[in-house]
Ligand binder design. Structure first.
Ligand code: HGY
Ligand code: MN
Ligand code: MN
Length: 398
């Protein structure tokens, strides 16, 4: 099959225009722009001869016929400040491969854009529910950082839902093209990454509650200051993690809500996100113990009330050897010596698909390794190379 680079780039830029802000995009799951983009995608799928299908949580499939097919795709929702390629690259390469494959008389390729991969409600929410990682009922009770429930958010797409969740058995495998979102391919001037494994992740909200009080009249030794608690927790955690982490381990406190967030008020409450990732499930569990212990110690020492939200997460997964080999051969054919096998430090829907079928991933370089940032970008030549390698891999699997 022969993908059409111009048609691919034109549709990739068309998707970029939905929710465009500066050089990035803002299309959080279930936002008006996210839903608009999914409706646009459904029309593109129809035009490509695929049957658009929205499942109960807003995952959008473009189905190739009624029999089995290879599934290719990613997500079209974004972070609150998203890059134009995170997710979109995988969805639009999938659509182009589906088109090219149909034009070449096969193999049948279905396309998917999963919902809330960016975790407004947790971690890869749409594909987690679809793959059975967590029940719809439990997920419906989860809330975003503004307190909106998943049930209320997905209700905005109720009129678009085509039917119940699709049976994963209708797909023979899943391949996701994605930007690396890290520095390695760009640093080593390589064009393609063939992913070997995806790290595991844990994510939970932690709340520290003290006493809101006057910033001028409350002596330091009488304060029950929630921010001081968070600050001491973070400092102790960094110290304690040194004994268990390695160079690949990462942890992030990315979202903090202080209440009431006033310059002259001792913060009475701190609600913050605690996220950690590593390729070793044992190490993730050890880190969880340290997090809970350290939070408990600080809360007791500062007379703060401590509560933990639901612990969400995914286990580390390795990619299917046969699918990986097909991508590796295609990469060597397209860009001999300018590609590498590498792990993924970012999370992807691919992790959830691995519960039901063989999976593989392909990376295109990220300029400067920047992502989850309006500055995220990739050279067009590299975007097209990734598309061609994906086509070569699919052809080898047919
Ligand atoms: O955070 C991640 O790894 C993904 O981009 N949501
Ligand atoms: Mn992504
Ligand atoms: Mn992302």
């Amino acid at each position: 099959m022969t993908p059409n680079p111009d048609r691919f780039l034109e549709s990739l830029h068309a998707l970029r225009s939905i929710g465009a802000v500066e050089t990035g995009v803002v299309r959080p799951a279930y936002s008006d722009k996210d839903i608009e983009a999914r409706q646009w995608l459904a029309a593109q799928m129809e035009q490509a001869g695929l049957t658009p299908y929205f499942d109960p949580v807003g995952n959008l499939f473009g189905l190739a016929g009624v029999g089995q097919s290879l599934l290719i795709g990613s997500h079209s929702d974004t972070q609150p400040e998203g890059g134009w390629l995170d997710g979109a690259y995988g969805v639009m390469t999938a659509l182009e491969i589906a088109r090219a494959s149909k034009e070449a008389g096969g193999p049948p390729v279905s396309v998917v854009s999963f919902q809330d991969e960016e975790g407004r409600f947790g971690v890869t929410t749409g594909s987690t529910v679809w793959s059975g990682g967590r029940s719809l009922a439990e997920t419906d009770g989860l809330t975003d950082s503004d307190g909106v429930s998943f049930a209320d958010a997905r209700a905005k797409m109720a009129d678009l839902v085509s039917g119940d969740f699709l049976d994963p058995a209708r797909f023979t495998g899943f391949i996701e093209a994605h930007i690396e979102q890290g520095p390695y391919l760009d640093t080593y001037q390589e064009a393609v990454g063939v992913v070997t494994s995806i790290v595991g992740i844990r994510d939970m909200r932690i709340t520290l509650e003290g006493q809101q009080n006057h910033a001028g009249t409350t002596p330091m030794h009488l304060r029950r200051d929630a921010f001081q608690g968070l600050s001491e927790f973070n400092a102790r955690l960094n110290e304690r993690f040194r004994a268990v982490v390695n160079r690949e381990t990462v942890w992030t406190i990315g979202h903090v809500a202080l209440h009431p967030n006033g310059a002259s008020i001792v913060p009475g409450r701190a609600v913050f996100s605690m996220q950690w990732r590593d390729g070793d499930a044992e190490r993730l569990n050890r880190m969880e113990e340290i997090i809970r212990q350290t939070a408990q110690e600080v809360a007791s020492a500062r007379d703060l009330r401590l509560s933990f939200g639901a612990l969400l997460g995914l286990e580390p997964v390795t990619m299917d050897p046969r699918l990986q080999q097909a991508l590796a051969e295609a990469a060597e054919a397209e860009v001999p010596g300018r590609w590498r096998k590498m792990p993924s430090g970012a999370l992807h829907d691919t992790t959830n698909l691995a519960r039901h079928m063989p999976v593989a991933m392909l990376f295109a370089p990220s300029i400067g390794g920047v992502s989850h940032n309006f500055q995220e970008d990739t050279a067009e030549a590299d975007l097209v190379t990734g598309l061609k390698v994906l086509a070569g891999g699919v052809a080898r699997l047919a």
